[in-house]
Write a protein that binds this ligand. Structure first.
Ligand SMILES: [Mg+2]
Length: 198
């Protein structure tokens, strides 16, 4: 009798588990708020979130000629990279904790540059992001997950192209647009009800 009960409990937990692939910048970490704040401090130009209407950080949004010029600046701002001191989005950590506590695995999928890795690992620790698995990877779809959450248009398209059978969620931002087959959310508090509906 005891064994049967255990089996039922085990089955119930197994069914509710998901591997949730979560991007960091623009999803958990408020990269936009971070870089625009430092940009204004250094170059005197205020850039609002709604001004960022396409993917990319060079001209005409900033004065940087090429994307690489932006990243050269972002690599060292007051002795640390841009990724060292980013705020978390409202309800992001709370939601990830709730998902983790209910048996899901939070898989961090980030395509950040190599020089950001140490700062990002410190950031993940400081912000107590509940993960046991972190990938720094461009081809995110190659990491097996049930659900992928991202804000980058090219990553969302890549998930739909390579793993169309998976659930793909776009975090709606001013610089991305709807994609066929991708589910949109605007706030972290929408995520758990959405996952429960799958
Ligand atoms: Mg992102």
């Amino acid at each position: 009798m005891v064994i049967v009960s255990f089996s039922i409990v085990h089955l119930r937990i197994k069914l509710s588990q998901m591997r949730i692939g979560v991007d960091l910048d623009g999803v958990v970490a408020n990269f936009t708020k971070g870089w625009t704040k430092y940009y204004e401090e250094e170059f005197g130009k205020k850039i609002l979130e709604e001004d960022i209407t396409s993917w990319g950080l060079s001209e005409p949004l900033t004065h940087f000629k090429e994307e690489i010029d932006f990243w050269k600046w972002a690599k060292n701002i007051n002795g640390a990279s841009i990724f060292r001191n980013l705020e978390v989005y409202e309800n992001a950590v709370e939601t990830l904790n709730e998902l983790s506590k209910s048996g899901n695995d939070i898989i961090i999928l980030s395509s950040k540059p190599w020089w950001s890795i140490h700062d990002t690992l410190i950031w993940l620790g400081e912000n107590k992001i509940p993960t046991k698995e972190i990938h720094f990877i461009e081809e995110k779809w190659t990491v097996e997950c049930d659900v992928y959450i991202d804000d980058a248009p090219y990553q969302l398209e890549s998930f739909i192209k390579h793993v169309p059978e998976k659930k793909v969620i776009r975090f709606v931002r001013s610089y991305n647009t709807p994609i066929n087959g991708v589910i949109d959310i605007k706030e972290w508090r929408e995520l758990i009800p959405l996952l429960n509906s799958f």
